[in-house]
Design a protein around this ligand. Sequence first.
Ligand SMILES: [Zn+2]
Length: 317
Amino acid sequence: MVKTLDIDFMGQPGVIASCLIEGPDGLALVDPGPTTGLDGLRAALGAVGHALEEVEAVLVTHIHLDHSGGVGVMVRSNPRLQVYVHERGAPHVIDPSKLVSSATRLYGEHMDRLWGEIPPVPAANVHPLTGGEVLRIAGTNVRVAYTPGHASHHVSYFDTSSGTAFVGDTGGIRIGAPLLVVPPTPPPDIDLDAWDASLDLIRAWNPQRVFLTHFGGFEQPLEHLADLQERLHQAASDVRALLADQSLDNEQRLARFVDRMVRTFRERLPDEGWVQRYQLAVPLDHCWHGLARYWSKKGPKGPASGSARPRPAQGGS
Ligand SMILES: [Zn+2]
């Protein structure tokens, strides 16, 4: 059984969801969220009859702070908690100093207000993953796939008993019922080919639903993933065209990109509250910078050969 937990990020419902896996043999959380959301996480767990200290395992999709910034504080108060994370992310969970400095470049003075404390997790609690594993978590089988594209250290999980694929940000951002799946594309790791291949791996699980951190579970996963893929490639080609427009400077290019995205939000979403939720989950200037960086790495002829190694440490979305 899986349950959506709204951590009420920054007092806003519907922005960051953790997921509780209630197995026959215990409890696990997928992406518990940042330290600033732990009170909200406790409250959401309490509402379904559980305490945070009962949780035995945390499955991290990736180490961006909105997904897993709170694990250090959680392990400190519950030292038996086991943390699963891709092998490229694991060193930055054990020593978050590079992660914090990279995230500070994106979030600046807002770091503490948004994410709170980010203490290290003892290496003994951390289980590095490569993809391809089948984990036994809370008495249920969970498959792991390496799903980069959004982040070079992103994994997705498939709970075989509920048919739920936990796809983190590789599965996009969709808040509320409309089919509007926005690709979160912050710097520095965006890779369209890798992202396409990751979506194929998720489809190959044949899931009944996808579970997104932003926000919650959606049935008809094929329709969902197709919408994401189309919007990802559209956003990338928009950015490429804007970069090629010599009549604009970078500030104007960014402004046009953001305007187009906001216009799409306003066309498709019921009111301004929803427009703001999407932007809290995915700052649009970050989306621009990630895609602009992607094209600058690729160069005019295609993928850069070897030189554009993804860097593991980064901040949010
Ligand atoms: Zn995110």
